[in-house]
Design a protein around this ligand. Sequence first.
Ligand code: ZN
Length: 92
Amino acid sequence: MPEPKNRTHSVREIKVKTPGGKVVLQFRRRKPKLAHCSSCRAKLPGIPSVVGRMSSLSRSQRRPERPFAGKLCSACARKVFMQKARSIGASS
Ligand SMILES: [Zn+2]
């Protein structure tokens, strides 16, 4: 029976062959899912799927350097920019 901390679905079991030839069971944390676009649900590239290590990364490694980065994909962000430009142009 695994230890209580390892009795969860967020921990996966892997079998590792040691140099001595024994096969031992090891427990590794599962990687979290990739971030998704809140509009079209596409996977967001450029955002690492890490837990607890995000603060050690530099700011530019956490998400792309543009508005709506980490929330919207580039195509959806472009649509928003175009929509805003249209509304500004129509009012003036
Ligand atoms: Zn999108």
